[in-house]
Design a protein around this ligand. Structure first.
Ligand code: G3P
Ligand code: MG
Length: 251
């Protein structure tokens, strides 16, 4: 039987796609202004266990810091610039905490795709902590956040901590999907790189009651093909063009 699926077809990837520095408050605000009712973001832990938004394990690409994020305490991470790398107007954006983002999203009824992105070696701890926080932060909310991860260990730890929250398993190549683990996760959805998607696999997952999300789709023609193949939703960096092409899919 299909699990509940109240999720919009289009999701603003990393908050604001390429229009703003990824995983920042400015990015989420921009996604909301452009009409997106769903946002995806990446969560990991500081050395001292604060859940925060950052895609990479290292700091260089998207912040003014250096080295492994997991080697710094939150106090030091919070002082970094996370916007100047993108463009001058975003200078002084900071790495946000997970709870701060949860509040901002809920204030505008934005639905959350919470990607658990553990630093290497911290899979279990991150899955447990992020799931516990998500359950607390979204308690009583009309739509539950969808927790996802490439890490089986992180997502199965999230399942132990908050079994009531829906889970999406990320796998780059859908042909390499581990069906036994997928079943063990009791997943609501599979999220996969659109380049490897095939209609037969989408159909097979749908027969099992599992939804299929594609990342990261930035070409409108490709998105049309994917919707025609039966994809249930997709993550995009191309927020403006996609909102114009698929106005009903952003909400
Ligand atoms: O959650 C979908 C997508 O964000 C997965 O890939 O590397 O952008 O986190 P990545
Ligand atoms: Mg992600």
């Amino acid at each position: 039987m299909n699990k509940p699926w109240p999720y919009p077809k289009l999701v603003a990837h990393r908050g604001g796609g390429t229009l703003a520095p990824e995983n920042t408050i400015a990015a989420f605000k921009l996604g909301q202004e452009l009409g997106y009712l769903a946002a995806e973001f990446d969560v990991k832990l500081s050395r001292d266990g604060v859940a925060m938004l950052l895609h990479d394990s290292t700091l260089e690409r998207t912040t003014s810091g250096k080295g492994d994020a997991a080697k710094l305490d939150w106090r030091d991470l919070a002082a970094l610039d996370a916007g100047a790398w993108h463009s001058a107007p975003f200078k002084d954006e900071r790495i946000p905490r997970f709870d701060e983002v949860a509040r901002l999203l809920q204030s505008k009824k934005t639905i959350a795709h919470v990607e658990i992105k553990p630093s290497p070696g911290r899979e279990k701890e991150t899955g447990l902590h992020v799931a516990a926080l998500a359950a607390e932060l979204w308690k009583g909310a009309p739509v539950a956040p969808l927790l996802s991860s490439f890490s089986f260990e992180a997502l199965s730890s999230a399942q132990v901590m908050a079994p009531e929250l829906p889970r999406g398993w990320l796998t780059k190549q859908i042909g390499e999907l581990d069906w036994t683990r997928l079943e063990a996760l009791d997943a609501t959805s599979v999220h996969t790189n659109h380049e490897y998607l095939e209609r037969a696999l989408i159909d097979r997952l749908h027969e099992l009651g599992i939804r299929v999300m594609a990342y990261t789709v930035n070409d409108v023609a490709r998105a049309k093909d994917l919707f025609a193949m039966g994809v249930d939703g997709m993550f995009t960096d191309n927020l403006r063009e996609f909102a114009q092409a698929f106005p009903d899919a952003v909400r």
